[in-house]
Design a protein around this ligand. Structure first.
Ligand code: ZN
Length: 88
């Protein structure tokens, strides 16, 4: 699948917005947003590769960064300084 993306910085993090997408709401870090109005279609690594989650975790095939889901609309990079710690 070929996806053209424009990377934009939103608030403190980064999100990936599909070409032509109209974003009306706040966008989570690493979220892939597509459409009008934009809907979240997945998650993107900071390097621009789409992440595939297995359970609550994903590993980027390109740069090997690891990510963890901490909620339905939020993921964090693991081993990143300042990453949120969620009690189990
Ligand atoms: Zn990556």
């Amino acid at each position: 699948m070929k996806v053209a993306c424009i990377r934009r910085h939103i608030s403190s993090g980064s999100a990936f917005i599909g070409t032509g997408a109209v974003v009306l709401t706040d966008v989570s870090d690493y979220a892939l947003m597509v459409g009008n109005p934009a809907k979240q279609k997945g998650w993107m690594c900071a390097c621009g590769i789409q992440l595939v989650f297995k359970g609550n975790r994903a590993k980027c095939m390109a740069c090997k960064r690891k990510y963890k889901k901490i909620g339905p609309e939020k993921i964090v990079e693991e081993h990143k300084k300042g990453a949120e710690v969620v009690p189990l």
